[in-house]
Design a protein around this ligand. Structure first.
Ligand SMILES: Nc1ncnc2c1ncn2[C@@H]1O[C@H](COP(=O)(O)OP(=O)(O)OP(=O)(O)O)[C@@H](O)[C@H]1O
Length: 659
């Protein structure tokens, strides 16, 4: 795939994408997670790349959001969705939804929305989603008791790259390997040519070692599962609560995770635990065993009346003979009992296995002495044996667990992915529920739009208090209305509904029918009269607009404020005529509807948001515009009110006639 043909992807990004295992599939499915795992690509950038790839796939020319106001309305729509996502991933993934004029893209999103709308945004599921995160590769793992060896420079480079946890060594001959075997517990030789060499130590000829990381460095897999324990467990919980079909047996997975500690060490194996404790407690246990033996012997000696024959006494005194011989003769039995007690204590307190016990027995023995003391050589022998047994056990368990977990590695990816995608769907589902949304229907009417009971979630009033608005337009129209009647809010509603519909999403209304537009041009109200330069460039913008593509929706809010009213009316009339010829759909909010109509060469429709009256000085408005009706202005309404109320109404009546 030519990555650089994706809009917004340059050479550097293309190279980063090429490093992914299956970049095409990731781009195809808009998989932000995988794209963001390419070097140097953030999740935000990944969303933009995914969007570009989607555009290219649908032959989407882009540029639907043709003006700043249209873009900011899209940002608002996106925020409403993103606020309803739990994970940062879903927030970014939602950014791959964008308004498109292409039917195929809109239908593609409809499938996602169909799934989304069948989901139940249960609060327990949302809580569980809080713990789900994209899986992270553990970093900084070093294994020092094993090494890789090869005579091949290429293999050496590969080994360094693929197994950075292990040290890789270049060897020339068997002698070099022999030397390595003295420094490392295990040497994995990558070259078949060394098969059959006879070397002491654990040397394994494993040409496939680089393809079998779970055999060579099981710690990598254990560390992966240990690092990602929380998101994996949370994703499993999401599956359970939401009734999603898991890609692996959840019990097996949880069981596997229970067997590895947070630092990647094995837990839950009694034999390993026994050996660990035995190694750690050996010195202390030997000390206590000594005391047990000596206490016994001391008590025995204290209670005993020893009769020394004269001859013996003489030898003791004259020849400096040791008291041990006397001890042996007089206390032989007690000495044996004391040794037995020491040995039993050692075996019991360290829970030694029979063969270990035999080694332990040798710690206390030999000729009778008092006090009894350990035999250091026997202690270190036992320690070495126990340490080796512990390491052997840990290594076997690690390999076994790594083999079990290796089978779960891919399913776990899928498990987390499912949960994150569910978050995307639930955000859409919550958006649809929170704003009483409906799926829009395209193609009928063939031009324009028809909104029934639309309610904008972007108003400065609580959504429950938003009045539903009906409005439909075919062709170009002026929208008149009283001050604060809701004209700008209505343009926002139309813009928002059109953007959401073209994103493939549900819209906040009872029903919406619309044509598939090619672009949305929304011009917000300008802040006061423009200077000559700004006026000129605004006019040029409209010049470009008029010479552009078919099928556009143009929304313009009070363009008259850019210059003096007389000139404005003429300019707006000209723009409307041109848009009419072009077959565009356009709504121009204006207080100059009368003047514009008079200046236009074609009949221009005028709709009006009407005030139904003044109550306590407050205008009561019907927010749904009346078709083909020029709404009366606020001043006119007030004059009319005064004409009706004043005792001498002649002044107000004469004013009223001027409207
Ligand atoms: N559909 C609605 N439901 C409830 N309140 C609304 C609705 N539409 C508008 N409003 C309220 O009316 C206020 C004024 O609306 P808006 O600014 O759209 O009026 P306008 O006709 O454009 O005013 P102006 O002529 O002064 O530009 C909004 O800030 C909002 O509080």
């Amino acid at each position: 795939m030519e990555f650089e043909s994706i809009p917004g992807v340059g050479g550097k990004t293309a190279a980063a994408l090429a490093e992914l295992e299956a970049p095409e599939a990731a781009l195809e499915s808009g998989d932000v997670l995988t794209i963001a795992s390419a070097p140097g690509i953030t999740e935000g950038r990944a969303a933009a790349i995914a969007r570009g790839a989607i555009q290219r796939r649908h032959d989407d020319p882009g540029g639907f959001l043709a003006t700043d106001r249209a873009k900011s309305l899209y940002d608002d729509a996106l925020s409403l969705l993103q606020e309803r996502a739990v994970t940062q991933y879903a927030e970014k993934r939602l950014e791959t939804l964008y308004p498109s004029p292409c039917a195929s893209r809109i239908q593609e999103v409809h499938q996602l929305v169909d799934r989304a709308l069948s989901r139940d945004p249960d609060s327990d599921v949302l809580d569980a989603l809080g713990g789900v995160d994209p899986l992270a590769e553990p970093s900084g793992l070093r294994v020092r008791d094993r090494c890789l060896a090869t005579a091949d420079a290429e293999q050496y480079a590969k080994a360094k790259n693929r197994m950075p946890e292990l040290s890789a060594e270049v060897v020339d001959d068997a002698r070099d390997i022999d030397e390595l075997a003295r420094s490392y517990a295990t040497v994995f030789v990558l070259d078949e040519s060394f098969a059959g060499i006879d070397i002491d130590g654990d040397v394994r000829i494993l040409p496939n070692a680089l393809e079998e990381p779970e055999t060579v460095v099981p710690e990598r897999l254990l560390s992966f599962f240990a690092t990602n324990r929380e998101p994996i467990l949370a994703a499993a919980e999401v599956h359970r609560l939401a009734g999603l079909e898991p890609p692996c047996e959840l019990d097996t997975l949880i069981n596997g995770l229970d067997r590895v500690d947070d630092d990647g060490t094995i837990v839950g194996d009694e034999e390993l635990r026994r050996l660990e404790v035995a190694v750690d407690d050996l010195d202390a246990a030997v000390g206590t065993a000594e005391s047990v033996a000596n206490d016994h012997l001391r008590d025995a000696i204290k209670e005993r009346n020893v009769t020394i024959e004269g001859q013996d006494f003489l030898s003791l005194v004259e020849q400096g003979a040791r008291v041990d011989s006397l001890l042996a003769r007089e206390l032989d039995e007690d000495f044996e009992t004391a040794l037995k007690k020491a040995r039993t204590h050692l075996r019991d307190s360290l829970s030694l296995a029979p063969e270990e016990g035999e080694l332990a027995d040798r710690i206390f023995g030999g000729d009778p002495t008092f006090p009894i003391s350990r035999r250091e050589d026997a202690v270190s022998r036992l320690k070495n044996e126990l340490t080796a047994a512990r390491d052997r056990r840990a290594s076997t368990l690690k390999s076994e667990l790594a083999a079990d977990l290796a089978e779960l590695r891919e399913p776990v990816d899928q498990l987390v992915r499912n949960a994150l995608e569910l978050d995307v769907e639930l955000a859409i589902a919550r958006f649809a529920t929170d704003f009483d949304c409906v799926m829009p229907e395209f193609g009928d009417p063939e031009t324009g739009f028809e909104i029934r009971a639309g309610r904008s979630p972007l108003l400065d009033v609580d959504f429950q208090h938003v009045d539903p608005v009906d409005y439909g337009v075919e062709g170009v129209t002026l929208l008149s209305g009283v001050n604060s009647g809701g004209k700008t809010s209505l343009l926002d509603l139309v813009g928002l509904v059109v953007i959401l519909a073209h994103m493939g999403l549900p819209v906040p209304a009872e029903s919406v029918r619309l044509q598939r537009f090619t672009e949305l041009h929304y011009y917000a109200k300008s802040q006061g009269t423009l200077d000559a330069g700004a006026f000129e460039s605004t006019l040029q913008e409209f010049g470009d607009l008029i010479s552009g593509a078919d099928g556009r929706l143009v929304l313009v809010d009070e363009l008259e404020s850019i210059t003096e009213p007389g000139a404005s009316a003429k300019i707006i009339a000209g723009i409307l005529e041109a848009l009419d010829t072009q077959g565009a759909t356009a709504v121009f909010v204006s207080h100059l509807a009368d003047q514009i109509r008079a200046a236009a060469d074609v009949p221009v429709a005028v709709d009006g948001i009407q005030a139904v009256g003044l109550v306590d000085g407050e205008l009561q408005v019907d927010r749904s515009p009346v078709k083909d009706h020029l709404a009366r202005s606020t001043p006119e309404l007030i004059v009319e009110k005064l004409a009706g109320e004043a005792s001498d109404a002649s002044f107000y009546e004469s004013l009223l006639e001027k409207f």
